[in-house]
Design a protein around this ligand. Structure first.
Ligand SMILES: O=C(O)c1cc(=O)[nH]c(=O)n1[C@@H]1O[C@H](COP(=O)(O)O)[C@@H](O)[C@H]1O
Length: 231
């Protein structure tokens, strides 16, 4: 479980790399500068699921970002299959059926389930293009309320919405925010973005940072800088 007393646990480093050996090498390089890693599509589909118990056995925390979304039975059984891997967090998309199924599949010892509300690469035009009648902020708020009703453990949103989401989900659910860029970093495809200190001030529990760390000349130094910025 994350340790609220360890400021490093606020940073989740996204291991968005194409092979397990490269990911393991990056974890070594980062050393004690980070304690929490995310394994998403790119690494998971390249054999990275095996890395979950390996990192967990070393006392590192793992966010397994599979963003599940399917019929309820498939989600529930899928979460049950994942539950024994030792991940701390697992993502699903914030659709009511999906969230209720994930909570059923999680059981007592499974990972905390995080619901991805509106991807941080979406702005208003992207949400309209995808067919949503609500604007991004309203959609995030409505999905956060549905997540609370479904018994979800935490919300993934942009730090721009963190304060509003806190008002909806209360103090006990987690708020985890990707779309984080230290000042001066390239935005890439992220559109709803904040700096680490802005996110912290907005009341987030954890930030997710990928390319600014994985692409840094010194990833450990960048991770330390980001953690210090949130102190
Ligand atoms: O669920 C996520 O982690 C996620 C949700 C979201 O809305 N936006 C988002 O960027 N992410 C993930 O967070 C990471 C962000 O990576 P960078 O943009 O490289 O910092 C990627 O692994 C994304 O898959």
């Amino acid at each position: 479980m994350p340790d609220p007393a360890d400021p490093r646990d606020r940073l989740i480093v996204a291991l968005d790399l194409g092979d397990v050996a490269a990911a393991e090498a990056l974890v070594e390089r980062i050393g004690d500068a980070a304690t929490f890693y995310k394994i998403g599509y790119r690494l998971a589909y390249a054999g990275g699921l095996d890395l979950v118990p390996k990192l967990a056995a070393r006392g590192l925390k793992v966010f397994l970002d599979l963003k599940l979304h399917d019929i309820g039975n498939t989600v529930e059984e899928g979460v049950r299959s994942i539950a024994g891997l030792g991940a701390t967090f697992l993502t699903v998309h914030a659709y009511p059926q999906t969230m209720r199924a994930a909570v059923r599949g999680r059981g007592a010892d499974g990972p905390k389930i995080l619901a991805v509300t509106v991807l941080t690469s979406y702005d208003e035009a992207d949400a309209r293009e995808a067919g949503y009648a609500l604007g991004v902020r309203d959609l995030v708020a409505s999905r956060s309320a549905q997540a609370r009703e479904a018994g979800i453990d935490g919300i993934v949103c942009s730090a721009e919405e963190a304060e509003a989401v806190r008002g909806v989900v209360g103090p006990d659910r987690l708020i985890v925010t990707p779309g984080i860029r230290p000042a001066g970093s390239d935005l890439g495809d992220q559109k709803r973005v904040m700096t680490p200190d802005q996110a912290r001030a907005a009341g987030i529990d954890h930030i997710v940072v990928g390319r600014p760390i994985t692409g840094a000349a010194d990833p450990a130094e960048m991770a330390r800088r980001i953690v210090a910025e949130m102190a």
